[in-house]
Design a protein around this ligand. Structure first.
Ligand code: UDX
Ligand code: ADP
Length: 459
């Protein structure tokens, strides 16, 4: 079966870049990305591609090349579903904030809404592809909704988890380590494999059953996050023993069985996936009565929370046990460099801890809009919106953030931070001037020569 028309529901960090790359490599395929969020769709359609709703290196060029030719953005969800032979579901699946499984399970209400929408609109057979990360056996729920519509339409469900990392999404999509397709119907699996095969070698396209595919995505993220929590746990030991975590990471990473990637100690991992997926894994394991399995993976999250807390505690302790009324500059608000995404960013939690101690926070991030700082803090529900507004502001430059600050905390590893004139920054700050480098991106002796009291992770 050769697919001619695709609809992707959800124009976010996964749906947008993924469909843009599929469109670029399949010029004869018509792809419509739909979303309920009109402002987001308008931004995707903006003639000025610097205004796209998500920042991702290389994305704007591909959108410019494909948009209006075979890639379209629309809020007319029903029309796009009706026309498509294959529908990707790429909506958000946040952790539940209410009811059973609160704080642990994935909230599947957006997925279910999509399934019901497809069931209502479809007049012809469809292949439905799960793209969002979902708990194992979600495909079964989707299947059950679709197959109970009574209109004799055949739906084939595939799981095709996305492994792209933000900030390198385009590169990851163009050169994937593997593409994973889980399903029950060989014809449907091959229809999707055929789309990828226009730029991915066939031996990199894995075919599995549905449940293996769903579980592989959760497991991959759990393993990656586990590496970060492991090295972060060692960073605390390094700070007390005189070992240097960068040296330890290098030494163990040269063992080819361990490998060198994902061993950067940091203020803690963030992003929309790691915490959510592990909580999901823990929740599933608990629901099957697998207490030891659940506890094992939960420890990865506990360690990550500890790392964030430890970072702010160390800052407060070093500043003579009080930050009350002191200006603290946070450089970086995104959860990693080269993205404007802030979901679960360590910066939010560090800011929250410092606000609890009555610090005045000044944030600078090269790509995150000013208003996001307030929205993210308000989302935590720790204090009133007015208190967040008076406690934290977002400014236009690092130099402005550092002006009269007692300390700088580096939250994101943006490359531009390394290029700053740190002597000027030092001259603007209160003395002694402290740097807490949550990403180990600056040179310790260089900073100390300028006059800074420099603290990094695991050294
Ligand atoms: C992750 C997975 O990498 C990707 O395969 C999956 O599809 C989605 O989740 P993402 O969250 O976009 O991708 O970014 P990633 O590069 O994995 O970084 C996640 C967090 O870990 C960031 O906060 C990053 O700064 C942190 N990190 C990463 C470290 O602290 N140390 C490291 O060595 C690597
Ligand atoms: P991800 O990182 O998984 O791509 P995002 O939050 O960036 O997550 O994107 C998900 C998108 O899905 C959002 O733009 C949201 O508006 C959209 N969405 C959620 N529910 C629906 C729905 N029922 N129909 C269409 N779009 C939806």
């Amino acid at each position: 079966m050769k697919i001619k028309s695709i609809c992707c529901i959800g124009a976010g960090y996964v749906g947008g870049p993924t469909m843009a790359v599929i469109a670029k490599n399949n010029p004869h395929l018509k792809i419509t990305i739909v979303d309920i969020n009109q402002a987001r769709i308008d931004a995707w359609n903006d003639v000025d591609v610097s205004k796209l709703p998500i920042y991702e290196p290389g994305l704007a060029d591909i959108v410019k090349e494909t948009r209006g030719k075979n890639l379209f953005f629309s809020t007319d969800i029903d029309a796009a579903i009706d026309e498509a032979e294959m529908i990707f579901i790429s909506v958000n699946t946040p952790t539940k904030t209410y009811g059973k499984g609160k704080g642990m399970a994935a909230d599947l209400k957006y997925i279910e809404l999509c399934a019901r929408n497809i069931a209502n609109v479809a007049k012809t057979d469809k292949i439905v592809v799960e793209k969002s990360t979902l708990p194992v056996r979600t495909a079964e729920a989707i299947k059950s909704i679709l197959h109970n519509t009574g209109n004799n339409i055949n739906f084939h469900i595939l799981s095709n988890p996305e492994f792209l990392a933000e900030g390198t999404a385009i590169e990851d999509l163009l050169n994937p380590d593997r593409v994973l397709i889980g399903g029950e119907c060989e014809e449907a699996i091959e229809a999707l494999a055929n789309i990828y095969s226009s730029w991915v070698a066939d031996d990199r396209i894995l075919r599995t059953n549905l449940w293996s595919s769903e579980l592989s995505k959760l497991t991959a993220n759990a393993f990656l996050a586990q590496r970060i929590s492991s090295i972060n746990s060692i960073s605390e030991l390094c700070e007390l023993t005189g070992a240097n975590v960068n040296e330890v990471a290098k030494a163990i990473g040269m063992d080819s069985r361990i490998g060198s990637k994902f061993l950067k100690a940091s203020v803690g991992f963030g992003g929309s996936c790691f915490q959510k997926d592990i909580l999901n894994l823990v929740y599933i394991a608990r629901s099957y009565g697998l207490t030891e399995v659940a506890d094992y993976w939960e420890q990865v999250i506990i360690m990550n929370d500890h790392q964030k807390r430890r970072f702010s505690d160390r800052l407060i302790k070093t500043l003579y046990n009080t930050v009350s009324g002191k200006k603290i500059a946070l450089l970086g608000w995104a959860f990693k460099k080269d993205t404007n995404d802030t979901r679960e960013s360590a910066a939010i939690y560090v800011a929250d801890h410092l606000l609890n101690e009555q610090a005045n926070i000044s944030v600078f991030d090269p790509k995150v809009p000013h208003t996001k700082v307030q929205t993210d803090l308000n989302y935590l529900n720790t204090r009133s919106e007015a208190e967040n507004e008076s406690g934290a502001i977002s400014v236009d430059s690092a130099y402005e953030a550092a002006n009269d600050a007692h300390a700088i905390a580096i939250m994101t590893e943006w490359d531009e931070f390394k290029t700053y004139d740190w002597k000027t920054i030092y001259s603007k700050m209160k003395k002694p001037a402290f740097i807490f480098d949550g990403r180990n991106i600056l040179d310790k002796s260089e900073m100390e020569n300028i006059g800074f009291d420099y603290y990094s992770i695991g050294q």
